[in-house]
Design a protein around this ligand. Structure first.
Ligand code: F6R
Length: 252
């Protein structure tokens, strides 16, 4: 696996970073839409992209972007979980983004946490096929777990992994549990785009804010490529940018 350089951009705080990144993301998408009919994007959930989503909504209100020709593929979802469950990533994305913009529902492809076990493999394969049929992902935005997961590709995930059901690691479970409301139990499994799926995207951005992320950002940047830190696989891609604040970049 050849090692490539990751571009790193550091901002004073996550609000400024999110604002500047939202503007450049909208420019990138519009440039892509000048060249071809559709743009395929994938965005993460969690705490990291909340300001980004708000900034994107503001830019949409200012008519800097329309989502009519944008296809969205979601990065991951708990399993099992109902789409209407307030803790599901499905619910989160509709609440925080889709219900505020003009992306047609038919353009939104969500991993489905409500399926029966026996239907998961074909669901994941058709998710992959849909991306391929539409010409591949143009832009992937990621967060990063404190253990180096990207999507729910936990430590141990292989470079060639595709969209599939995975076990959530104990480390991630304990972090997520503290964020689940009303002591609701966190599902122990998830559906996630694979490492290969993520790396097949043209351009990748990884966002990380806060001191809690400084150790994993340091490890990701300084360590060799290893399945123990799935984010290190990003070093095999030739267009990856890390967007950091001063806290997450503390140790690099
Ligand atoms: C969520 C996802 C995860 C998160 C990561 C960081 O869709 O893919 O990999 O990006 O766990 O989560 P936050 O942003 O809550 O720190």
């Amino acid at each position: 696996m050849a090692k490539k350089e990751i571009r790193i951009k550091i901002y004073p705080d996550s609000k400024i970073a999110s604002k500047i990144f939202a503007e450049s993301l909208v420019d990138e998408i519009n440039e892509i839409l000048n060249k071809k009919k559709y743009c395929l994007i994938s965005l993460p959930t969690g705490n990291t992209p909340i300001d980004l989503f708000n900034e994107i909504i503001e830019l949409y209100k200012k008519k800097k972007i329309t989502f009519k020709n944008i296809y969205f593929f979601n990065l991951d979802e708990f399993y099992p979980i109902s789409k209407d469950d307030a803790q599901s990533y499905n619910y989160y994305l509709y609440e925080k983004l889709f219900s505020h913009i003009d992306m047609p529902k038919k353009n939104i492809s969500m991993l489905n946490g409500t399926l029966k076990e026996k239907d998961i493999t074909s669901h994941c394969l058709s998710f992959e096929n849909k991306i391929e049929k539409l010409g591949g992902l143009d832009i992937q935005v990621l967060g990063i777990g404190q253990n180096g997961h990207i999507g729910f590709n936990e430590p141990g995930s292989l470079r060639d992994s595709i969209t599939r059901k995975v076990k959530i690691s104990d480390n991630s479970l304990s972090i997520i549990s503290s964020e689940f409301k009303d002591n609701v139990k966190v599902p122990r499994e998830a559906l996630t785009m694979g490492v290969k799926t993520i790396l097949s995207c043209d351009k990748i951005f990884l966002l990380a804010w806060g001191k809690n992320k400084s150790t994993i950002i340091e490890k990701t940047i300084k360590s060799k490529i290893t399945k123990n830190i799935p984010a290190t696989y990003l070093k095999t891609h030739n267009d990856v940018t890390f967007i950091l604040d001063k806290h997450s970049s503390l140790k690099i």
